[in-house]
Design a protein. Structure first.
Length: 390
């Protein structure tokens, strides 16, 4: 005799609640791990241990005949490991850097509901801080709010997996004394948002930020005779669509942001790439210390001579000192035609003697070298196990 659907759902609810309790207990244990590593000064992340854990869990599932796919187990525990790593990282960073007692003020582009706002909220939540929101109409205004002390931090998008680097932010970094103190990756899930219940065929005007329009270009090209209205942010687009309340208009933005304006989702997953992720940086007036136990990045701004091989000579310094470079981007130098500045991101802590030696050597082969910031990476690369291990 089959169970009633409501009874099955009740059983599922009970199991889900039990899972939440166990996840909470595991999350709390991450603090104990951090305290232990703080005493022993072991590196925060142990990839070998993570690989062994995943292999053992897959093998245990097979031995117990749980009938769970190895990929399913791996995906779940990769997320659990990520939470553990970031929890330990935050613990060490808060111990190392003095924290303000009151709420933290964070400036971001757009209004409530913009991706920058959602990323800022995510950052504050990670550090268990209450967020005071400071919305800005431009990237430049975010810098100004932090520079004049109105905001403790500024959260800015730096690059996206679909539309690439955000050059305006890179250009602003050239002319600031602020420091990068953090980074985070935020998944971007664009939707068509409307005020009410409408059909896609009714829509003839789309509102959104130029970056969002670019990231959804393939979907837009598949629509008939749609006019684009560019806005200062996706949240501004949502606000306009909510206020105008017309059946022929829609905003492109996040479902979470749309809820703040009473909008409903007409269509999900409209970005050109399925894995659409924006990397955000966090800026502050003062630099932060970064624990040597943490995976750390440093962003540099450098200019070289115009002679042949000048850039290669500079980059060779990192190879010589066994420092991995994760980013190289060039931007023009204003007022100097055909000359460029280079942004270099390296996986290194500037307080480590090897890094200091490399930077001293780099100064000798470059015209200008500026450290834009040294910060903990909150982008945790998932640990994988080989297929034959599964």
């Amino acid at each position: 005799m089959s169970l009633d659907l409501s009874e099955i759902r009740q059983q599922i609810t009970q199991i889900d609640r039990s899972l939440l309790k166990l996840l909470s207990e595991r999350h709390r244990l991450a603090f104990d791990v951090a305290r232990s590593k703080e005493m022993t000064q072991k590196p925060l992340r142990d990839v070998v241990r993570e690989e062994q854990l995943l292999q053992e869990l897959v093998q245990f599932s097979e031995n117990e005949n749980y009938q769970l796919e190895p990929q399913y187990i791996t995906a779940i525990f990769q997320k659990i490991i990520e939470d553990s790593v970031l929890t330990q990282q935050v613990y060490l960073q808060k111990k190392l850097n003095s924290q303000r007692e009151e709420n933290i003020h964070i400036a971001f582009l757009g209004k409530r509901g913009s991706y920058s706002h959602l990323a800022a909220r995510n950052y504050a939540t990670r550090y268990q801080e209450e967020l005071v929101e400071i919305s800005c109409a431009s990237f430049d205004q975010v810098f100004v709010k932090v520079e004049n002390g109105e905001a403790d931090y500024g959260v800015l998008p730096l690059e996206n997996t679909t539309s690439g680097t955000i050059n305006e932010v890179y250009d602003l970094l050239q002319h600031t004394d602020l420091s990068l103190v953090g980074e985070l990756a935020y998944p971007i899930q664009h939707c068509v948002l409307v005020n009410g219940q409408h059909e896609l065929s009714q829509i003839d005007t789309l509102y959104s930020h130029p970056q969002v329009i670019q990231q959804c270009s393939q979907f837009i090209h598949g629509l008939d005779r749609v006019h684009i209205e560019y806005c200062e942010s996706s949240s501004h687009a949502m606000q306009l669509v909510a206020g105008l309340n017309k059946p022929n208009i829609a905003a492109l933005g996040s479902e979470e942001g749309g809820k703040l304006y009473g909008l409903t989702v007409l269509k999900r997953n409209i970005a050109n790439q399925e894995n659409n992720i924006t990397r955000f940086i966090v800026i502050a007036k003062e630099s932060h210390n970064v624990s040597p136990q943490i995976h750390t990045k440093t962003l540099l701004l450098m200019s070289t001579g115009q002679q042949a091989g000048a850039l290669v000579e500079a980059l060779w310094v990192f190879k010589k000192h066994n420092i991995n470079m994760t980013k190289l981007a060039s931007r023009p130098i204003y007022g100097k035609p055909w000359q460029e500045m280079f942004y270099l991101e390296i996986e290194a802590n500037i307080h480590h003697p090897d890094t200091q030696a490399a930077l001293e050597e780099l100064k000798q082969v470059s015209h200008q070298l500026k450290i834009l910031g040294c910060y903990p990476s909150e982008i945790v690369t998932p640990t994988k196990i080989l297929p034959d291990s599964q």
